[in-house]
Design a binder for this molecule. Structure first.
Ligand code: GLA
Length: 749
C-alpha cells in the first residue's frame, strides 16, 4: 500500500486501489511537495510529470534562483516565515522571538498497523488492516523533530494523518499552531460542504461554492460544539449523493478545532484541519513531545454517499467501543422528558416494570438522582444518591430493576461543578475562571478544571463509588455548558495557552479510566444534545445523544446532516411525547418511530400515560426495531431525498450482501393536488428480484421488483402496490407528517 521510489529525494505513493496520495522530497529545498490526492492511479517510477509550477513574481528562497518560492510549490506541511504567504500548518515561536521555520526531510519509517497514542483517541489499525508511513523532518533552526504520520487502510478509501513534534534541543520552544494535516489541491473547482447548528438544531447541512481567500469554521468554546462539527468536505460542483468526487475530512478531537480552506490567487486550494490555534500556546520543553489529534480523510468517486459510507465503515470497525453488556443494540427508555426532576423510587420502579413488559432492554435514570437536585440549580459534582427521592439508594434501585430482567443506566455530568457542593466548598479554585475577574455561569454551573489531575482523580473516585456499588450497565455522559473565561488556577502563568487542550486531555483521561475500570459499561455521550458529537468522544462511547430536539420532523434534518460522517448506529434517537417538548408539534406514534428507527432507537416519554392501544403499538415497534436492527446498524446507508431541499425526505440502508434493504420516506409538508412522487433507490443488486413489503401494513400481494428497476424507476409513491394508495398522501388525504417504511428482500428461487 505504500510505494516508495528510493533515492536522496524519494517519492511516496499511498494507494489501496481506491485512492492515491502522492508527495515527494524536493531537491532544491529538501522539503515535501504535495503532488496528488484523488482516485487511485498506478504506481510509477517517477512523478515529476505531476509537478505544476511556473516562474512568477515572488520572493525566492535562494540568491541564485528565481524558481524556488514556497508560494508556488504545493506544500505537504507548510511552515511560516519562508516565502509562503498562506496560513501554515505549523508555527513555532523561537527563543529569539521570531517565528521563522524551515522543515527539511530526514528520512522515513514504515510499519504495519500503526503506533497507538496513550494520550488521546485515534482509530485502531491491526497489522493486516493498515500500513503506516512516518516521514521524519527536522527544523533547520532548532533541535525540533517533526514526524508526519500517514496510515492507509486496506479496505476503505481512507487515510488518517497526524503529527508529532519532539523538542530535542536545550531550549524550550513554543508551538503557536500545530494542525494535523494540510493539502494543497491544484485547483479550486470545488464546493464546500459542512455541518453547522445550535443547541437543538445541530448538524444542519450547508453547501456553497468556494470563494478566493480564507474561509473557515472552528470552535473556541472548549468543546467541538453545536455550532460547527469538526468535519468538512470538498466536492466537485457536479457531485451529487450518488456520483462525482468528494473529499471528506473529519477530525478526531473534542476541543477547540479549526477547519480552514484557503484559495490563493492562483486558484490553489489549501485545506487544513487541527487544534484551533486561537488561544493555543504550547510550551515544549527539552525532551518533550506534542501529538496532534488525527484527521480522517475519506475519498469517494461515487458521490457523497460513497464518502459517508467510508466514514461509517471505518468508524464502526476501527473507532467505536464495541464491548457492551447487551447482545444487540439496546432499546432504552430514558426518564428525562417523562420525569425531568420530579420522581421518586416508586415512580421509577413502575416505569421500569412497564418498560420491561413492553420489551425494552434498558431503563435510564437521567438527571436529578444525586445531591439535592430538584432543578438545574445545583448539586453537580456531588455524585451521591438523593435519599429523599431514592431512599434505598442506587444500589437497591439498580438491583430491583435488574431483577425485573431489564438493564439499568445512569446520567452523569462529570465535568461540571455547582457551588452548593462539598467539592466547591473545599476547592473553589477547581473551577475554570480567574479569581479576580467575573466568571460566567452556564445553566447555573461552572466547569471543573480538568487540566488539573487532582480534579480528574476526585471525579473518577466519586463515579467509581457509584458504578462499583451497583449493577449499572450504561452511563449517559453529559456536558451542558461551554468554557467562556479560560483561566486555570492550577496551570502556571506561561501555560494558560495550554488550558483548552489540557482540559480535553483530562476529559479523555477520565473516560479512559472509566473504560479501564468498567470495560463493558455502555456509554452514550452527550453535550446538551450534539455539542460534542465528534469521533474522539465516540472512541470511548457506543453512541451519542445527538440532539435535545426530539421532534420527528426536525430530526429528519439533524439525522440527515449527521449521516454525512457519523454512522446511524451512533445517533441517539428517541420516540418522545406529543405535543413535542421542543417545538409543540404533533406527529403520529408511527411517524416518530419511523424516524427514530434510523438511529439507535429508544423512547423518552411517560409510558405510564400511554393508552393500552399505544402501549401495544410501542411493543410492536420495539419488536420491529429488533427485527431490522442488524440491517439498520451494519448495512450501507444511502441518503436519497434531502429534507433541506424538499418536503419529502428519503433514506435507506442496504445490507452488505445486497440481499435486503430498508427504506424510510417522510413527508413533512403537504400540498394540495400534489405532483407525482417517486424515489429512486440505490445500492441494490441490479439483477436481483426483491420482494417489497411495507411495514405496518397488511398486504395481500407482495409485489416483486428488480434492483435495476427500483434504482432506475424507483418506488412510485402514488402507485397502488399495497392496495392502499388513497389513504396516504395520494390525492384524497394529503396531510402533513406522514411516513412509510419499506422492506426489500431478495426473492428466493
Ligand atoms: C441535557 C441533555 C438532556 C438531559 C438534560 C438533563 O440537556 O442533553 O438529554 O439529559 O441535560 O439535565
Amino acid at each position: 500500500m505504500i510505494f516508495i521510489n528510493e533515492g536522496h529525494y524519494p517519492s511516496f505513493h499511498l494507494t489501496n486501489g481506491k485512492l492515491s496520495y502522492i508527495f515527494h522530497v524536493l531537491e532544491s529545498t529538501q522539503t515535501l511537495e504535495q503532488l496528488y490526492y484523488g482516485a487511485a492511479i498506478k504506481p510509477r517510477d517517477n512523478y515529476d510529470y505531476l509537478i505544476e509550477r511556473e516562474v512568477r513574481p515572488s520572493n525566492n528562497l535562494y540568491q541564485d534562483t528565481h524558481t524556488t518560492s514556497f508560494e508556488h510549490i504545493k506544500q505537504e506541511f507548510p511552515v511560516y516565515g519562508t516565502t509562503d504567504f498562506r496560513y501554515p500548518a505549523i508555527e513555532i515561536a523561537y527563543p529569539d522571538g521570531d517565528h521563522i521555520s524551515h522543515l527539511s526531510y530526514v528520512g522515513y519509517t514504515q510499519l504495519s498497523g500503526k503506533h497507538a497514542s496513550n494520550l488521546q483517541p485515534m482509530l485502531r489499525a491491526g497489522e493486516e488492516d493498515a500500513a503506516t508511513l512516518i516521514i521524519h523532518l527536522k527544523d533547520n533552526y532548532s533541535q525540533a523533530a517533526i514526524d508526519l504520520h500517514y496510515t492507509i487502510y486496506r479496505e476503505q478509501a481512507v487515510i488518517v494523518r497526524r503529527v508529532v513534534v519532539h523538542n530535542h534541543g536545550e531550549e524550550s520552544l513554543r508551538l503557536k499552531r500545530l494542525l494535523s494535516m494540510s493539502i494543497d489541491f491544484p485547483h479550486d473547482d470545488f464546493e464546500l460542504l459542512h455541518l453547522y447548528g445550535a443547541w437543538a438544531r445541530e448538524t444542519h447541512l450547508e453547501r456553497k461554492p468556494l470563494i478566493k481567500g480564507v474561509q473557515n469554521f472552528s470552535s473556541t468554546r472548549g468543546a467541538s460544539s453545536h455550532a460547527h462539527n469538526p468535519f468538512l468536505a470538498l466536492v466537485a460542483p457536479n457531485t451529487s449523493e450518488h456520483q462525482g468526487e468528494a473529499f471528506g475530512f473529519s477530525l478526531v478531537y473534542s476541543g477547540n478545532f479549526l477547519s480552514q480552506i484557503e484559495v490563493d490567487t492562483y486558484h490553489v486550494t489549501r485545506v487544513s484541519m487541527g487544534i484551533n490555534p486561537f488561544q493555543f500556546d504550547w510550551h515544549l520543553d527539552t525532551g518533550e513531545s506534542f501529538e496532534s489529534p488525527e484527521v480522517v480523510m475519506a475519498y469517494s468517486s461515487k458521490g457523497l454517499n460513497g464518502m459517508s459510507q467510508q466514514f461509517h465503515d471505518i468508524y464502526r470497525q476501527q473507532l467505536l467501543h464495541n464491548e457492551t453488556p447487551f447482545e444487540k443494540a439496546p432499546v432504552l427508555l430514558n426518564s428525562w422528558e417523562a420525569n425531568y426532576f420530579d420522581f421518586d423510587e416508586e415512580k421509577l420502579l413502575e416505569q421500569a416494570q412497564l418498560a420491561k413488559d413492553l420489551g425494552f432492554d434498558l431503563f435510564v435514570l437521567d438527571d436529578g438522582w444525586f445531591g439535592k437536585r430538584d432543578s438545574d440549580n445545583g448539586s453537580l459534582g456531588n455524585w451521591t444518591t438523593d435519599l429523599d427521592k431514592i431512599p434505598q439508594g442506587i444500589r437497591s434501585l439498580a438491583s430491583n430493576i435488574q431483577a425485573m430482567g431489564i438493564h439499568f443506566g445512569l446520567w452523569f455530568e462529570p465535568e461540571m461543578l455547582s457551588v452548593d457542593t462539598p467539592v466547591y466548598q473545599a476547592h473553589p479554585e477547581w473551577i475554570i475562571g480567574h479569581p479576580n475577574k467575573n466568571i460566567s455561569h452556564g445553566r447555573n454551573q461552572f466547569v471543573l478544571d480538568f487540566s488539573n489531575p487532582d480534579v480528574v482523580a476526585n471525579i473518577f473516585e466519586q463515579m467509581s463509588q457509584i458504578l462499583g456499588s451497583a449493577e449499572i450497565d450504561y452511563i449517559k455522559w453529559d456536558m451542558n455548558r461551554y468554557i467562556s473565561e479560560p483561566f486555570s488556577n492550577f496551570l502556571k502563568k506561561h501555560q494558560q495557552g495550554e488550558l483548552f487542550h489540557r482540559y480535553i486531555l483530562g476529559v479523555y483521561d477520565l473516560l479512559d479510566s472509566i473504560r479501564k475500570a468498567f470495560p463493558a459499561v455502555f456509554i452514550e455521550t452527550c453535550a446538551g444534545g450534539g455539542g460534542r458529537y465528534d469521533p474522539a468522544m465516540l472512541f470511548y462511547a457506543n453512541q451519542n445523544w445527538i440532539s435535545d430536539d426530539t421532534d420527528a420532523i426536525e430530526r429528519l434534518k439533524i439525522q440527515y446532516g449527521a449521516s454525512m460522517v457519523y454512522p446511524i448506529s451512533t445517533m441517539g434517537s428517541h420516540v418522545s411525547e406529543i405535543p413535542n417538548h421542543q417545538v409543540g408539534r404533533i406527529t403520529s406514534l408511527k411517524m416518530r418511530k419511523d424516524v427514530a428507527l434510523f438511529g439507535t432507537f429508544g423512547y423518552e416519554l411517560d409510558i405510564m400515560k400511554l393508552s393500552d392501544a399505544d402501549r401495544e403499538e410501542v411493543r410492536q415497534q420495539i419488536n420491529q426495531f429488533n427485527q431490522y436492527q442488524s440491517l439498520l446498524h451494519h448495512g450501507d446507508f444511502y441518503r436519497l431525498n434531502s429534507p433541506f431541499e424538499a418536503g419529502l425526505t428519503a433514506w435507506m440502508v442496504v445490507s452488505k450482501d445486497q440481499s435486503e434493504a430498508i427504506v424510510g420516506v417522510y413527508q413533512s409538508q403537504a400540498s394540495a393536488n400534489p405532483a407525482y412522487e417517486r424515489i429512486q433507490l440505490a445500492g441494490l443488486a441490479s439483477d436481483q428480484a426483491y420482494e417489497l413489503l411495507e411495514l405496518d401494513h397488511e398486504s395481500k400481494d407482495i409485489p416483486v421488483r428488480y434492483g435495476d428497476d427500483l434504482m432506475a424507476i424507483g418506488l412510485i409513491l402514488n402507485e397502488n402496490f399495497t392496495g392502499r394508495a388513497d389513504e396516504y398522501w395520494g390525492r384524497e388525504k394529503a396531510g402533513e407528517y406522514h411516513s412509510r417504511v419499506f422492506y426489500l428482500k431478495t426473492k428466493k428461487g
